[in-house]
Design a protein around this ligand. Structure first.
Ligand SMILES: Nc1ncnc2c1ncn2[C@@H]1O[C@H](COP(=O)(O)OP(=O)(O)OP(=O)(O)O)[C@@H](O)[C@H]1O
Ligand SMILES: [Mg+2]
Length: 434
């Protein structure tokens, strides 16, 4: 704790130019110190600039103001000794495990045998022994991410940057990888001196970090810090652990309300991101719209009467009507449903026009749908895992409600063709959204 910090981020600012010519301020006056032997966590909602900060630290882009000091020197381009692990693994599919790991060493220009020796050692350490000649597609997600770790660790970096490294993995695989990583780290077996970990997962931050920093959005800045003074291995059920999770939760919630109102994306008059969505199929929604639009109702009807005519329980019909209201296709009041002009248009439209109309309303009035689409649009891979959004929703609701809500938005998103979701890989994407 006596030595100079590994890394100092000093009053860093960053902005991007917007397509309309304006400036988007992404980071404002960010200060952060990483000391020898520390794991520091970064949390904060989507768009608060966490990945941007990691890219600045990795030397992949330059700050607009302030400086980044690495081992006493101002950073100027990607330094040797800072390595990154990505959420998306970022492996080359045409290279074997060994070749992917060796690639991490290419820039160092080591002799051939030295490269091979170090790659094999990293592969062995991270639990990939025996998979040297396998190709990424032959590996499970967890094994692929082990390759991602091996490729970063093989350079023996001083600082390891991790951008949501576990969030593309299923719960059990993620936990195994975290535990393996922490065990190696605690025993001093990893060739690294400090870690910065970006995560959306509060428990992961408390499990792994010595300190966790909370970012607020617009512009991204650090608003609080939580110190985690628990010995490893940590027990998630330990009351002290639970207390920290609770505190973190409170800080994250506060960081959201601390956001500058003008910059808040809550122009949505429909369902905010914390709204639990009901699982109502698009078939049911269009069915009710058609029924109400047709004679004898002609756009307005008594819900119990409709329920009787459709042979439905009123308790089953009500959520359908409320969903139409949320989507601004109808208004519900005093047991009556009345279609909006768009609701009528929908009822009269053909399939393609219906999809277009539905997509527009989904993106305008259901914040979660717009959010998922925005994240997919912004990511170079145009992909994001289920966990990415589930973690975020679980800040607002129970895991069961988060699951239901994601299922609902997936089925509507598929119908509207605004994004795709693969049930097997649990990945959202923009590929063939149908
Ligand atoms: N190269 C770029 N050009 C323009 N805007 C950018 C660029 N990179 C990031 N941004 C914007 O900067 C903001 C912060 O993005 P960043 O990816 O750092 O957020 P994040 O906190 O990592 O979010 P997430 O939790 O979704 O990963 C976003 O509004 C994003 O659109
Ligand atoms: Mg990010």
């Amino acid at each position: 704790m006596d030595s100079a910090p590994l890394l100092e981020v000093q009053s860093v600012r960053k902005s991007f130019s917007k397509p309309d010519g304006g400036e988007l301020f992404v980071l404002d006056n960010v200060n952060l110190t990483l000391r020898e032997g520390e794991i520091v966590g970064l949390l904060g909602r989507s768009g608060s600039g966490k990945s941007t900060l990691l890219r600045l630290i990795a030397g992949l882009s330059r700050p607009a103001g302030g400086s980044i000091i690495y081992l006493g020197q101002t950073l100027d381009g990607p330094p040797p000794g800072i390595a990154m692990v990505f959420q998306s693994f970022a492996l080359f599919p045409w290279l074997t495990v060994l070749e992917n790991v060796e690639l991490g060493l290419e820039a160092l220009g080591l002799p051939r045998e030295e490269t091979r020796r170090r790659a094999l050692a990293a592969i062995d350490m991270i639990g990939l022994d025996g998979f040297e000649s396998a190709y990424p597609r032959e590996l499970s997600g967890g094994m692929r991410q082990r390759v991602g770790f091996a490729r970063a660790l093989v350079v023996h970096p001083n600082v390891l940057l991790m951008d949501e490294p576990f969030s593309a993995l299923d719960v059990l695989t993620a936990e195994t990888l975290r535990t393996d990583f922490l065990e190696l780290w605690s025993k001093g077996q990893l060739p690294i001196r400090g870690v910065i970990l970006v995560t959306h997962n509060i428990e992961e931050a408390i499990l792994m970090c010595d300190r966790a920093l909370v970012f607020a959005t617009n512009p991204g800045r650090i608003v609080s810090e939580i110190k985690v003074d628990l010995a490893h291995p940590r027990d998630r059920l330990d009351p002290a652990f639970r207390d920290l999770v609770e505190r973190m939760y409170v800080e994250l919630t506060a960081s959201r309300t601390a956001e500058r109102p003008a910059a808040r994306p809550e122009r949505f008059a429909g369902a905010g991101i914390g709204t639990i969505l009901p699982r109502i199929s698009s078939n049911l929604l269009s069915g009710l719209l058609e029924t109400v639009a047709a004679p004898p109702y002609d756009g307005q009807a008594d819900l119990p009467v409709i329920a009787a005519s459709l042979n439905m329980e009123i308790d089953d019909l009500f959520p359908v009507a409320e969903t139409l209201q949320m989507l601004r296709f109808a208004e519900v009041a005093g047991g009556d449903i009345r279609l909006s002009p768009e609701g009528r248009r929908f009822a009269e439209a053909d399939t393609d026009e219906r999809k277009r109309l539905f997509a527009h309303h989904l993106l305008t009035y259901i914040a979660l749908a717009a959010h998922i689409r925005r994240v997919l649009d912004e990511r170079p891979s145009h992909q994001a895992p289920w966990r990415r959004f589930a973690d975020e929703l679980e800040d607002h609701m129970s895991p069961e409600a988060a699951e239901q809500t994601l299922r609902a938005v997936i089925s509507w998103g598929r119908y509207a063709e605004i994004f795709a979701y693969d049930d097997h890989t649990q990945i959202f994407s923009l590929e063939n959204p149908s």
